[in-house]
Design a protein around this ligand. Structure first.
Ligand code: PEP
Length: 254
């Protein structure tokens, strides 16, 4: 397995944090710390912060992402934002299927699939989140759950479009809890996801897919997690709100 075949991507997921002015300040703090990064650096921010983030990152190596998008191009969906709207303002990345969306906002594998389709149609790159609950891990059905999530989300995604999919393996029990999967657990699941993608596409296609780990990744544990052959980066929540911690994780991926 050759890590050189794919891009390492460290993405921050700011969740529902930071006003536009605070977003600008945090990005200005991050910028000098990651300017020599060889991996892709992304900050995924609340919708209202996107303009500020795009402005603050202009001309830098930091890319901007949204935290969700709707499946329709437009229409009667009060409070929602379409992938076309994100594309129109110059946002290249979008997170889809985060476990908090699945847990609190009724997101299902089918709505995740439809949002992925909309994002790809609009030309965005998707960070597709998958992960098992603690009870599912305890019942030894982790890969059944993740296999189903991946297969449904990728239904109808062509090999060409697969190049714009990043998968973030995020065990739900590790998100925001301080509990981290061991590097071996992350490697096992990421490797199994890659094998599944190889069975759905080709081995060459699968080798090109960036598969991140997410779940309480921090400045201390990032090095070990990112040293694993199938852990190609991270989706970082809490630690992405602290510039030095986020930068340490970015540098660990270099
Ligand atoms: C996340 O929100 O995707 C995440 C991994 O959060 P945390 O790093 O805080 O666990």
């Amino acid at each position: 397995m050759n890590k050189q075949l794919r891009k390492a991507v460290i993405a921050g997921n700011w969740k529902m944090n930071k006003t536009p002015a605070e977003a600008t300040a945090l990005i200005n703090e991050i910028k000098p710390l990651v300017k020599d990064a060889t991996c892709e650096v992304v900050v995924c921010v609340p919708f209202v912060d996107l303009h500020a983030a795009l402005e603050a990152t202009a001309g830098t190596n930091i890319k901007v992402g949204a935290e969700n998008c709707h499946w329709a191009e437009n229409g009667a969906f009060t409070g929602e934002i379409s992938a076309q709207m994100l594309k129109a303002i110059g946002v290249p990345y979008v997170i889809i299927g985060h476990s908090e969306r699945r847990q609190y906002f009724g997101e299902t594998d089918v709505t995740v699939r439809d949002r992925v389709r909309a994002a790809l149609n609009a030309g965005l790159t998707v960070i597709l989140c998958v992960g098992e609950l603690l009870s599912e891990r305890e019942q030894n059905i982790t890969m059944e759950v993740i296999g189903k999530q991946v297969k449904i989300a990728l239904a109808g995604v062509s090999a060409e479009e697969l190049k714009r999919i990043i998968i973030a393996y995020e065990p739900v029990w590790a998100i925001g809890t301080g509990l981290t999967a061991t590097a071996e657990q992350a490697e096992d699941v990421n490797g199994a996801i890659r094998a599944l993608i190889a069975s759905l596409y080709t081995k060459e296609d699968a080798d090109g897919v960036t598969i991140q780990y997410g779940g309480s990744m921090n400045a201390k544990n990032a090095g070990e997690l990112l040293s694993k052959p199938n852990v190609d980066g991270g989706l970082i929540g809490g630690a992405s709100l602290k510039a030095p911690d986020f930068a340490t994780i970015v540098m660990a991926a270099n």
